[in-house]
Design a binder for this molecule. Structure first.
Ligand code: ZN
Length: 551
């Protein structure tokens, strides 16, 4: 089938929660890559009788296009051998297909193909060091199909810390705006605020919101407030995206709640919450604190989260949070990469596997599910595995089955190590089963809304014609892993379950205005400390045009 500019999709059950459509059989009309209200009779049709029609998936938080991903690929030659990815057979006239490798950190082209094959049409790389942004854009150029963007790491940025220390909060905001434009990023990311810089410079990791970097007034709290306010004042479509201090530590739920309390009343997104919901105490055992944390989230409409579910199986942990990876390396004995990105951030990588017979892995798995199942508002608690940290994005369908089918959860629990699950809400029995509409919310409509993507995650008039169409299957994991059709900007990219086209996606980024006089001072900082000259720093030629700021 050729892809016409007009297409009427006929006979599907539409799940479009943003427009209050819950499984109604209705036509969806597409013209020039957008959803339209109607088409003249005689327009080409795609008949999908009884199938499930949803907007394309939107991945709010994954790692797939960055210099750190590339380090991970180099670290994992065994995965290349085990998961060879031949070039797909695309239709004549399609962009040349490329082979690659898969595993937990697939190569660029394979990433695009696999996202498309899963019905995901938008994705964000959640952690890009400013200095490495050019590399990310080059990888995104080679990641077909998905509309994509990145979040830029600013929570351990030395220039930003200097401004906070000097009380120059406005200058900090202008710097943030410049940095977003200079790196072609979509949002501001904070990872372990202040802690990476402390660890890099020989101080120990920061564990308390009010602990200062040596000799300064710079605390995690000050960094969080400065960047949250900056993102909100700049009217970024997505608020600040926060990976809290103390990731992975027993008892870290106290830090997580303190961080949320510090930002009460301010729009903020807390990422991979599962990794921040542990009870117990360091050295004295672990437990689930999911209930306490999600109750706090439930009560604060200004805050949104993604879960960061752990799935049993192989993973690659990969984060700017260098000290966490050092700990994981020390306890796992696995190979390890540790990188300093001058003046800006760190990076650590350790391959990992979550085993169902391991007590901590089971606890992590259970906590993620507790967050999902105790969340009152699915629009604010959305799906992620922090790919590839908690598991590959290819495990989303298995996660969807766990959410939709209590017996699947119970079966898994029977095989798992329950040692740390006393007091866990999941082990005590959670009956909730997600509906298809709730799945559409946590995988598409919710992430799109949190990201401020007005044309994504829904099928109303004017929306981008990104759609995923599933043939019903009693096995929902099977159904969600192999959509029958996927459309990207109105083009049929997956046809009868086969990837047939792989067009270039659009780049998603912002370029907020700022006071250019601050650049004199930024330039002085580069001249004094940077190895890259200020004039060579900004990424040029980011394709397309910047996204609109919030009105
Ligand atoms: Zn992440």
């Amino acid at each position: 089938m050729a892809t016409p500019e007009r297409l009427r999709i006929v006979g599907g059950a539409v799940h479009d929660p943003a427009n209050n459509v819950d499984g109604e059989v209705r036509d969806v009309c597409i013209e020039d890559g957008r959803i339209v209200a109607n088409l003249p009779s005689g327009a080409p049709t795609l008949d999908v009788p009884g199938m499930i029609v949803m907007p394309g998936g939107v991945d709010i938080h994954a790692h797939f296009a960055s210099s750190s991903c590339n380090h991970a690929r180099r670290l994992l030659p065994e995965e290349h051998l085990a998961d060879r990815a031949p070039a797909p057979t695309l239709l004549d006239g399609a962009r040349a297909a490329r082979s690659g490798t898969g595993g937990t950190v697939p190569t660029t082209f394979t990433t695009g193909y696999r996202y498309a094959g899963l019905g995901y049409t938008t994705a964000f790389d959640a952690a890009v060091a400013p200095l490495m942004a050019r590399h990310t854009h080059e990888e995104l150029d080679d990641t077909p199909v998905v509309d994509a963007g990145c979040f830029v790491l600013l929570g351990n940025d030395e220039y930003l810390h200097r401004q906070i220390n000097a009380g120059e909060i406005e200058r900090a905001r202008h710097y943030v705006a410049w940095m977003l434009g200079a790196t072609g990023a979509y949002a501001v990311k904070i990872v372990n605020p202040g802690g990476i810089e402390a660890w890099k410079s020989g101080q120990r990791n920061l564990t308390d919101l009010d602990q200062a970097l040596t000799g300064t007034r710079v605390t995690p709290r000050a960094i969080l407030e400065t960047l949250t306010n900056a993102a909100n004042r700049l009217r970024l479509p997505h608020p600040v995206h926060i990976h809290c201090n103390n990731l992975g530590q027993a008892g870290n739920s106290a830090t997580t709640i303190a961080t949320m309390q510090a930002l009460t009343g301010r729009r903020a997104h807390f990422t991979h919450l599962q990794f921040h919901c542990y009870g117990g105490e360091t050295g004295k055992g672990w437990g689930s604190a999911a209930k306490t944390v999600i109750e706090h989230v439930n009560a604060h409409a200004e805050h949104t989260v993604d879960v960061g579910q752990v799935m049993f199986g192989p993973a690659t942990t990969l984060t700017a949070d260098g000290p966490v990876e050092y700990l994981l390396y020390s306890t796992s004995g696995r190979k390890w990469v540790n990188i300093d990105v001058e003046l800006e951030t760190g990076c650590g990588i350790v391959p990992y596997a979550y085993k169902e017979k391991a007590a901590v892995a089971t606890l992590q798995w259970a906590i993620g599910l507790e967050l999902f199942l105790l969340a009152r508002d699915p629009w604010r608690v959305v799906l992620s595995t922090d790919h590839p940290n908690g598991g590959s994005f290819l495990s989303y369908p298995a996660l969807i089955r766990l959410l939709m089918d209590r017996s699947a959860r119970d079966d898994q629990l029977k095989r798992a190590n329950l040692k740390l699950l006393s007091g866990s809400a999941l082990a005590d029995g959670l009956e909730r089963e997600y509906t298809l509409n709730e799945i559409a919310i946590v995988t598409r409509a919710g992430p799109a809304r949190i990201l401020g993507l007005k044309q994504k995650g829904h099928l109303g008039v004017g929306a981008d014609a990104d759609l995923t169409i599933y043939a019903r299957d009693a096995d929902v994991a099977q159904m969600f892993s192999s959509p029958r059709f996927v459309l990207k900007s109105g083009q049929v990219v997956v046809e009868e379950g086969q990837l047939r086209r792989a067009p270039q996606g659009r780049r998603l980024y912002v370029r907020p205005p700022f006071d250019e006089t601050v650049l004199r001072d930024v330039r002085r900082h580069f001249d004094a400390y940077g190895t890259v000259a200020f004039d060579n720093y900004a990424v040029r030629d980011v394709p397309g045009s910047p996204a609109a700021l919030q009105s």
